[in-house]
Each structure stands twice: as structure tokens, then as C-alpha cells.
Write a protein that binds this ligand. Structure first.
Ligand code: NOJ
Length: 763
């Protein structure tokens, strides 16, 4: 490891620590240190480890010129990966000029080190860079897409997945991930649903918290932890018409009841940073929204970290039309509390003059710089700017067998069995001939899904490879049938011939990895190309068809499901896709995942989600003037919380400890769960609550608890939940967060649509 050069400033820093901050600032302003003589990198002994981070931050800040402070407020992308519309070719010059506080998309220890060295050798203040990247579901070992992981409802597994991802990223030099994405998503057309935890707020909070814990570990200083970034603040998932980057139209109540809680949950979990969203909310883009960034995030929730904007979101306000020019954009963003500007470089370009003219108070610059410096201290970068640059860790900690096994385990836990007619699954290993058909059967790269960081398609074990390993090459006939998205049916004949010669067809259909993720909205959410036609053709052979879906969003598969005997939603499972699917298909793992996003009957129902509001005219087949479609049912194809197992469970009606509780009492809800089938299996027992009369209308039901239990065949277990008035709170007609007296229903079951109920009063 290279030695950090300590210079005169070490003692200058130490001196300043003892002085009052105001004095220190005056000194610095009067006598700025000459280029080449300063360093803010200080050994802990010299700074006095006992000094609080705030004192250390102030002592560094006091030495900085206005331009240097503004430099800290800028993050630029390197040219090693592309995650936005443009790269600034001169980013290295900017680093050496002290105009950059953080770099993203810089890969591998050697490169990260080389950029950090530019700061340490060429800039006056030598303030280390933070290195960020979109580490969303794995780094080199790719885990299932986050939407899939959420279907496990397994918080420990999700935390472990984030831990592995963070560890691999940190081993390759990164300090910071732009995750978790906690946007509640109710529109499957929106491609970014793959990155989140689905449509439910309660579950979204728990998963958001688990992901932050996984990434950050016990301490940001841990060289194997990365700092997390909660995004996209806020309501990015409410993009109108499911089109990415679109505007939102959202009431404050829906914002607070539905969209904001997962963000707040991450603040409670100690997340280091937030990313502001691209969209506007009630006319003000999130990036310049003081109410959101300062009012709610900092004042209401007490967030102490820093806010980074999304990619060029500040200058995009010119397109939004709420700013006159880029100076106006920079001014509005910094005053609102957007601390670090991503990629447009507009803070460097405009803020110095705005401060000098008095339009932007220097205290705003100081406040933002302070928040960023604080995180640099917490990350341990002032002690050692090369903290995460360790070749040995890079060479030994990624793509390990242990990480691959964790990914495989997460993948099978994430899969959701949607249909299993005649118990065709699990398949027997002694099956004599399998036709493996479909455009995703042999695909490696698609298994990674969107936002796959440094995941490498070549490292993926495809379904084809895994199936051959499972039952032997000679028993598998593979035919692609058609491409993912084309008009060509020339492969159908070969696929049909393979199906006819087999005992069972395994059909791998879905989307390509690039059909979901950022800027990947789809108006039709059906299987693309000729895939629907392919399954219809195969159906005519009369062979059982096990449909395995690989996709990044809920799809409209209404026309497809009747043609399949079994349907396994495998999502994009990651590096270990093939083995994980085989674990499920051959019964080594009994599927237990439950949908976290509704599968619509048709895209025409969208947005369709389980916790919708009532209508004054609920559907009544005998009355024309009720809420319905003329051409499709109101019910979705598969509801939130739905998912089958190879075994069956019976869940009793809920028993309540009392039929009335006051605001201080807890209600206990108990059900008995029995495994009534032939296999050991897990069930996710779900508890929903409905507030029957409110000062404002309330959702038809809301998830308020769940337990995942494992039972052997014939075994039974009591499962209990506690409910208190805290769980019954919502934002009332005066925007108070409160519970109201009155009647409630409790529902318990194994999906949002399959429940038994009981009733109680809150008095
Ligand atoms: C834009 C995306 O919206 C955001 O999620 C991501 O973190 C940044 N680009 C950086 O890649």
C-alpha cells in the first residue's frame, strides 16, 4: 500500500481542532494555504481520535476556499461504465483541479487507486474521493433482481444478499452504492419495478431496512462495507402512465401513507445518503424540493447524511421548466438541500458566482460540504484514502463459492410457483426425455437482469447447462423455438418435434435483460415477439408444459397460463440461474415465494394493486351502473401475496385475544397452520387489516404482518401476530398521523385474496 504523504497541514488541522470554528474559518479565509502544502488526510493519532467528527469536519472546512468546498459538492462519472446520457471527458482534469468530491463508475482497485492518487498528489486539500457505483443486486456474483428477492419475504436472506454485494464491491475499491431503491411501484409498465420491493409499503419498509443493514454492516469504516444510498426520493415510482422520468400527480396523503415510509425506514436504519429523484412532485422537481429535502428528510426525520442528485437532474430542471437557466437551477437545488450534484458539473460552473453575488448564502455551501466531509470521515477515508484498495481482497473475495451458493439460495427463495396442474412439478430425476425449449433456455447474459453491475454473462450457468448436469445430456433435447423479440416462427417446427419426442416440455420464456430497468418502460407487458404463439403451438402436442418465466416485471400472461401445465416465475435469478431453477423443478427446494406485485389480467387494469381504495359502486353483476370493465374482470390474474408450494397448507380463521382494545393495548391474532400435503414446505402467513370507517376513505386491506414458517407433512403450528394502535395509523383529514376509534377487520391467509377474517373495535 502506498504511503500517504503527510505535510504541514497535519499540524494545521490539529491546531484548528482546538480553535473555535469561527476563528478557524476566519484564519483560513485570510491566509489560504498555498498549493502543494496542504493535506486534509490526517493520521488518527494526530487529529486526536477523541475529537468528534464534527470538530474534525469543521477543522478541514475552515481551511478550504469557496471553490474547494464547491468541488466537494460534485460527483462525476468515469468512462468505465455508462449509466447516463453523457460522460464528461475531462473528468480527470477536474479531479486534479480539486473540483470533484466523488467519482462513480470507476472500476477495479488499480483504477480507483490511480484516481485517488490524483487527488492525493495534485490537489491542495488532498480530500479523498468517495467512489460510488450502482451495486443493486450483486457485484460480480449476481443475485436475483431486487423485485425477485422481495418475493422471498426473507429479510435475513435479503440482508445477506446486500452484504455479499457490498463486500464484493468494497473488495474492488468501492465505498458507496446507489442502493437500495425503495420506490413503491404499482405500474408494471415502468421498467424500474425490477429494482424495488414491489407495491406494498409495509413490506417495502422492512426490505429497505434489511438492504441498508446488509450494505453498511456494523460500521462504514469496515473496509468490507459500502455506504448505502436510498433512492429515488421521492415518488419516482408514481411516474405517470408507467413511462420512466415522467411527472407524478400525487396527493400529500398518498405520498406520506404509501411512498415515503420506506425512505423513512432507511433513515431509522442509519443510511448514509439519499438520492433525489428525477420527477417533480406537485410542480417542484424533487431535486429542488426544499419541502422534501429539508423539511421532511432533515427536519422531520432527522437525517444527518448527504443528498446526491440523480444523473444531471439539476440541469434537467431546464426541461421541467421551473428554472430560467442553469444558474437558477444550481441555486434552487443547493438552497433546497441537494448537497452533491451528479454529472452536469453545474455547481462548479455556477455556484461560486452565485455565492459572491449573495444569491446563495455561503452557509448553504458549508452545510452541504460539511455533510459530505462527515461521511468521508465516517468511511475512514481521511485515515486511509486507499482503505478499500486492496489487491488481495480484490483477488480473493469476489465470485467465491460461498457467494455463488448464497446467490443460488437467494434465487430459489425468490421464485414463485404460479400454477401446478396435476402436480406435474416437482419433476422426477428419472424422467426419460425432456424437451427444453425457448429463447431463454440457453441464455446466460439475460439471467443477470438489468443493473447487473459487474455481473458477467459468461459466468452464468444457464438452464440448459444445469438441466444437462441434472439428468444427463442424452435426456435433454434443446430447441430455441424463437428469439425473444422477433417476428420469425421458423424455429417452431424443430421445437414441436422436440416436444413430441419428450415426456415433458420445459419452456423458458420471458423478456431480455434490457427490457426492464432504467428507461425501459413497455406499453405492452405481454411476452414479446412470437413467444405466445410458440406456447400455443406446443400445447397442441398434448405434452405437459412446465413454463419457466425469466422477466423483470409482472407480465400480462393471461393468454399464456392456460397453455401451461405449471408456471414458475423465476424472474432474473442471477449467476446461478440454472442450478437454482433445477433445485425447484426437481424438488430439492420446495418453492415458497409470494408475489410482491400484482400480475394484471390485462394491462388495461393498470395500476392494479391489492391495497386500493373502495368504490361507492362496488361491482355487482346484476347492476350495470357499478365499477367494472365491459371486457375483462376487475380481479387481477395473480394477486399480491400469491404463490403456491408443492405441498398445501390449511390456515384456520383468526382468533383474537379480545374483540375490543384501547389505544394502549395490544391485540393478539392467532391462527393454526397445518401442512396438509405430501412435502415439507414453507408458508408465508399474511396478516392484513381493514379500517372500516375513517375520517378519510381507507384501503380495502393493508398488510401489517407476516410470518414464514416451515412445516413437515401433517404438522401444524400456531402463528400469532400482535396489533397495536401504532399499526392502525394513517394521515387523517388534517394530515395528522393517527389511529381512529372504530371497527376493524383482521384478515389472515396465504395471499391478499385468500384470507379468513375476524373483527375488533379500537376504543
Ligand atoms: C440514474 C439512475 O436513475 C440512478 O438510479 C442511478 O443511481 C444513477 N443514474 C447513477 O448511475
Amino acid at each position: 500500500m502506498k504511503k500517504v504523504k503527510h505535510s504541514l497541514l497535519i499540524s494545521a488541522c490539529a491546531l484548528l481542532l482546538t480553535a473555535a470554528p469561527g476563528m478557524a474559518q476566519q484564519k483560513a479565509a485570510k491566509a489560504p494555504l498555498k498549493s502543494g502544502t496542504a493535506s486534509a488526510v490526517v493520521a488518527p493519532a494526530k487529529t486526536g481520535a477523541s475529537k468528534s467528527i464534527d470538530q474534525k469536519v469543521d477543522s478541514v472546512l475552515a481551511l478550504m476556499t469557496l471553490e474547494e468546498k464547491i468541488g466537494q459538492l460534485t460527483i462525476l462519472t468515469s468512462d468505465q461504465d455508462v449509466t447516463g446520457p453523457f460522460v464528461r471527458p475531462e473528468y480527470k482534469k477536474d479531479i486534479m483541479a480539486g473540483k470533484v468530491g466523488s467519482i462513480f463508475n470507476a472500476l477495479k482497485v488499480d483504477y480507483v487507486r490511480s484516481l485517488q492518487e490524483m487527488v492525493m498528489t495534485k490537489t491542495r486539500m488532498k480530500i479523498p474521493l468517495i467512489f460510488g457505483y450502482d451495486v443493486i443486486h450483486g457485484y460480480r456474483t449476481t443475485f436475483p433482481i431486487p423485485l425477485a428477492e422481495a418475493c422471498s419475504w426473507d429479510l435475513a436472506a435479503i440482508e445477506r444478499s446486500a452484504r455479499v454485494a457490498g463486500t464484493e464491491a468494497a473488495a474492488e475499491g468501492l465505498d458507496w452504492t446507489f442502493a437500495p431503491m425503495v420506490d413503491i411501484a404499482r405500474d408494471p409498465r415502468w421498467g424500474r419495478v425490477m429494482e424495488g420491493a414491489g407495491e406494498d409499503t409495509y413490506l417495502g419498509c422492512l426490505i429497505a431496512e434489511a438492504r441498508v443493514k446488509g450494505f453498511q454492516g456494523k460500521s462504514l469504516k469496515d473496509p468490507l462495507s459500502v455506504m448505502a444510498c436510498t433512492k429515488h426520493y421521492a415518488a419516482y415510482g408514481a411516474a405517470q402512465a408507467g413511462r420512466d422520468y415522467s411527472t407524478t400527480d400525487i396527493t400529500e396523503r398518498v405520498l406520506r401513507d404509501v411512498y415515503l415510509p420506506p425512505f423513512e425506514a432507511t433513515v431509522k436504519a442509519g443510511v448514509g445518503t439519499f438520492m433525489s429523484a428525477f420527477n417533480d412532485i406537485d410542480g417542484t422537481p424533487a431535486t429542488a424540493n426544499k419541502w422534501l429535502l429539508d423539511g421532511i428528510l432533515r427536519k422531520e426525520w432527522g437525517f444527518k447524511g448527504f443528498v446526491v442528485t440523480d444523473y444531471t437532474a439539476v440541469t434537467e430542471m431546464l426541461e421541467h421548466g421551473n428554472v430560467a437557466d442553469s444558474a437558477d437551477a444550481a441555486k434552487k437545488a443547493i438552497i433546497a438541500g441537494a448537497d452533491m450534484e451528479m454529472q452536469s458539473n453545474v455547481y462548479n460552473a455556477k455556484l461560486p458566482a452565485l455565492v459572491k453575488s449573495g444569491e446563495v448564502p455561503v452557509s448553504d455551501i458549508d452545510a452541504s460540504a460539511r455533510r459530505i466531509l462527515r461521511k468521508k470521515f465516517e468511511l475512514g477515508l481521511f485515515e486511509d484514502p486507499y482503505r478499500r484498495c486492496n489487491k488481495q481482497r480484490e483477488n480473493t473475495l469476489v465470485l467465491t463459492n460461498e457467494n455463488l451458493e448464497a446467490s443460488r439460495d437467494m434465487a430459489r427463495k425468490s421464485m414463485v410457483l404460479l400454477k401446478n396442474e396435476n402436480n406435474v412439478l416437482p419433476l422426477s430425476k428419472t424422467v426419460s426425455k425432456v424437451a427444453l425449449i425457448g429463447p431463454l433456455a440457453a441464455s446466460q447474459v439475460d439471467m443477470l437482469g438489468g443493473w447487473s453491475a459487474q455481473g458477467d454473462g459468461k459466468k452464468v450457468t444457464s438452464l440448459l447447462t444445469a438441466l444437462k448436469a441434472e439428468i444427463g445430456d442424452s435426456k435433454v433435447t434443446y430447441a430455441m423455438g424463437c428469439k425473444i423479440d422477433s417476428t420469425d416462427q421458423n424455429g417452431f417446427a424443430e421445437a414441436v418435434a422436440a416436444a413430441k419426442a419428450a415426456d415433458v416440455v420445459i419452456l423458458a420464456l420471458g423478456e431480455s435483460k434490457d427490457m426492464s430497468g432504467e428507461a425501459c418502460s413497455r406499453a405492452s407487458i405481454k411476452l414479446p415477439g412470437q413467444q405466445e404463439a410458440l406456447i400455443a403451438e406446443l400445447r397442441k402436442t398434448g405434452k405437459p408444459i412446465v413454463l419457466v418465466l425469466f422477466n423483470g416485471r409482472p407480465l400480462d400472461i393471461t393468454a399464456v397460463v392456460p397453455n401451461a401445465t405449471s408456471v414458475l416465475e423465476a424472474w432474473f435469478p442471477g449467476t446461478m440461474a440454472g442450478p437454482a431453477v433445477c433445485d425447484v423443478l426437481f424438488g430439492r427446494y420446495n418453492p415458497a415465494g409470494k408475489l410482491v406485485m400484482t400480475f394484471p389480467y390485462s394491462v388495461g387494469q393498470v395500476p392494479v394493486f391489492y391495497n386500493q381504495k373502495h368504490t361507492g359502486r362496488p361491482f355487482d353483476a346484476k347492476n350495470h351502473y357499478t365499477s367494472k370493465y365491459l371486457d375483462i374482470p376487475n380481479e387481477p390474474l395473480f394477486p399480491f401475496g400469491y404463490g403456491l408450494s408443492y405441498t398445501t397448507f390449511d390456515i384456520s380463521a383468526p382468533k383474537l385475544s379480545s374483540t375490543a382494545v384501547n389505544f394502549k393495548e395490544e391485540l393478539t391474532v392467532t391462527v393454526s397452520v397445518k401442512n396438509t400435503g405430501r412435502f415439507e414446505g414453507e408458508e408465508i402467513v399474511q396478516l392484513y387489516v381493514q379500517d372500516l370507517v375513517g375520517s378519510i376513505t381507507r384501503p380495502v386491506k393493508e398488510l401489517k404482518g407476516y410470518k414464514k414458517i416451515k412445516l413437515s407433512p401433517g404438522a401444524a403450528q400456531e402463528v400469532s401476530f400482535k396489533i397495536s394502535s401504532e399499526d392502525l395509523k394513517f394521515h387523517d383529514n388534517k394530515m395528522n398521523f393517527t389511529a381512529e376509534k372504530g371497527g376493524f377487520k383482521v384478515y389472515v391467509g396465504n395471499s391478499s385474496a385468500n384470507v379468513k377474517e375476524a373483527r375488533f373495535e379500537l376504543k
